[in-house]
Design a protein around this ligand. Structure first.
Ligand code: FAD
Length: 569
């Protein structure tokens, strides 16, 4: 799990201008993760001819699911924040926002592993303007003595003032900065790492200070509601991959899965992509390619992970391939457990002073609630910065985490899990360590019509879904603007209706009225204020009564979480 933070741009999604012909510029997008699908969608919405080439059988990239018996398993639990405006805009364009929950206010229940007591980080209901909204949340956080809570508040403000683009900040580790700003081991573990291990995927001692400052500033300080958490209520492959395939195809893009791009070379004023399909033979099997298996395009967005990008960069491109490889990677593992009876009582729980980090209830989204056995609960333990675990045998991990669950929860002690399995993502994110800013390239490569995208490019964000979507949008703007295509600027997600000065309500300290939200029409703009159902477990993504936009309901016949809908820090 990693979460992102920030709202510099207000991405939005346009509609395709009518009357374009096949003389449209042809954009090839390589890679069908969130970056590639965002790029392809913005380009096709802007009137370009688009071919999306993805090596795997489905779109979605790192946000993927697989079938295990009757269940759908996400290879990694994913969480977002309200401030992830580009990602939320993509969900809205895909028509799937209602398949996620967005808390009405940040509320993180935390189990303290040493005392086995509970506390929470929760945003106050009192509509305090940011950053004052932080004070009640920190003061109520019983994981730390009161003096440390006060010191942590001061440190948060100092952190928020750092310039993440300054080389001096980029070179420093977050852990060093914390220790020189009065933050001892207890505050580092119980507060700061709770926020940053999941977002930066490395321990504080190794983390980039610039990216930690970004998380705190954008997720916690800039808007009172910015840090409200969201998550999928359906398998990720349905939320992203399936929806993108359907939406892109309907919009007129040519989407090819199971097609690997082997090389990209300049040819005349355009580009030639050598492709192979189905893992064998030349790409003659791919429609649109010539008899050498070559696809021609006017422009390319390369939206693949750094090692693949390094091997596909054409001659003359900047950065050098070696620089991309230096970004390295950090693993995440998920330990999946199915218990015969409920062990936790909310949608998720964070744990400190324990090897366990975050526990998510996936009973409904996986299909277990419908497939049985009755009363069983499926928990995904999401373990970021997983270097200590990633190479350990499954049996060892099973023993370690099952014993720890039994120590923490009476219900897990009373009845052990029916099933335990582990998913490992060894290259989950690039290593977000000091000096990484200098290694992240922008979208531009110095080559006309050839742009880079991917969560690892320099979006200013940590390696998150938000960063991936932003990178795809930027790459399309880079490429198409020079080709006579008016790029439809995406609009932000509906619930954060913009003021006339373009700023979000939270950015000027206004509170969004509880119980109402603006609902965007498929093409973008806010059309009507509608009343949410306060009982709807999807929090701020609750479906407005009578909404015609709702086409894909939540899975039925399954227990609903009684999420209080939100958590504030
Ligand atoms: C376990 C895990 C948990 C995470 N948790 C969170 C979270 O909680 N919140 C959050 O915001 N982010 C989280 N992330 C990070 C987030 O998933 C990624 O930042 C984001 O999905 C990356 O998108 P992308 O499009 O940049 O890259 P990818 O998703 O990696 O997509 C790249 C695509 O390119 C394709 N490709 C590669 N080579 C070729 C080729 N030669 N030809 C054609 N196609 C090719 C690949 O198959 C892939 O589909 C998590 C990641 C993992 C792995």
């Amino acid at each position: 799990m990693t979460t992102g933070a920030g709202a510099d741009v207000a991405p939005a999604w346009g509609t395709r201008p009518a009357g374009r012909t096949d003389e449209r510029p042809h954009l090839a997008v390589v890679g069908g993760g969130l970056a590639g699908m965002a790029a392809a969608l913005l380009a096709v919405d802007s009137g370009a001819r688009v071919t999306l080439l993805e090596a795997r059988p489905r779109l979605g990239g790192a946000t993927t699911s697989f079938r295990r018996g009757q269940l759908w398993i996400d290879t990694g639990q994913h969480v977002f924040m309200r401030c992830c405006t580009a990602y939320r805009g993509l969900l809205q364009r895909l028509g799937v926002e209602h398949l996620t929950t967005l808390q009405s206010r940040l509320d993180v229940p935390v189990l303290l592993g040493d005392s086995l007591t509970r506390t929470r980080l929760r945003r106050t209901r009192v509509p305090l303007p940011a950053p004052l909204h932080l004070a009640p949340a920190l003061l109520g956080y019983q994981a730390l003595p009161i003096a440390e809570r006060l010191r942590a508040g001061l440190a948060a403000f100092q952190l928020g003032r750092l310039d993440q683009r300054s080389p001096a900040v980029d070179e420093q580790s977050f852990g060093t900065w914390l220790s020189t700003h009065g933050q001892g081991p207890a505050a580092t573990k119980a507060l700061w790492e709770l926020l940053t291990v999941a977002t930066l995927n490395v321990p504080a001692a190794d983390a980039s200070l610039g990216l930690a400052a970004k998380v705190v500033r954008t997720g916690l300080l800039e808007g009172a509601a910015a840090g409200d958490l969201g998550w999928a209520e359906v398998p990720l492959s349905r939320l992203h991959g399936d929806a993108a395939m359907e939406t892109l195809t309907a919009a007129g893009a040519d989407v090819r899965t199971g097609v690997k791009v082997r090389s990209i070379t300049a040819a005349g004023s355009g580009w030639e992509l050598a492709v192979t399909a189905g893992g064998t033979g030349r790409g003659a099997a791919v429609p649109g390619t010539d008899d050498r298996g070559v696809l021609r395009a006017d422009a390319v967005v390369l939206a693949v992970p750094p090692p693949a990008a390094a091997s596909l960069l054409p001659a003359g491109a900047e950065p050098e391939a070696a620089r991309l490889r230096e970004l390295g990677d950090s693993p995440i593992i998920n330990v999946h457990m199915i218990y015969p009876r409920p062990v936790i009582d909310g949608p998720f729980l964070a744990v400190v002073d324990s090897p366990i980090q975050w526990i998510f209830d996936r009973t409904v989204s996986s299909g277990l609630a419908a497939a049985g056995p009755p009363g069983a609960q499926y928990l995904a333990l999401s373990q970021s910065a997983a270097e200590p675990w990633v190479d350990r045998p499954a049996n060892e991990l099973r023993t370690l985490f099952v014993e720890e669950m039994a120590r923490l929860f009476p219900a897990a002690r009373a009845a052990g899990p029916l099933e335990v399995f582990v998913t490992r993502e060894r290259t989950a994110t690039f290593r977000q360590v000091p000096g990484s800013l200098a290694l992240r390239p922008g979208a531009s490569t110095g080559l006309t019509g050839f742009a880079l995208a991917g969560t690892w490019t320099d979006t200013g964000w940590p390696a998150t879904m938000e960063s991936a979507v932003r990178s795809g949008l930027t790459a399309v703007r880079e490429n198409l603007a020079g080709m006579g295509v008016d790029v439809n600027e995406p609009r932000g997600p509906g619930p954060q209706a913009r003021r006339t000065d373009g700023r979000l309500p939270e950015q000027v300290g206004e509170s969004v009225p509880v119980g109402t939200e603006s609902v965007s029409a498929p093409g973008g703009g806010a059309t009507a204020a509608q009343v949410r159902d306060p009982q709807d477990p999807r929090g701020d993504n609750a479906v407005p009564a009578g909404s015609a936009a709702v086409v894909r309901p939540l899975p039925s016949g399954q227990p609903r979480h009684t999420s209080t809908g939100g958590f504030p820090v």
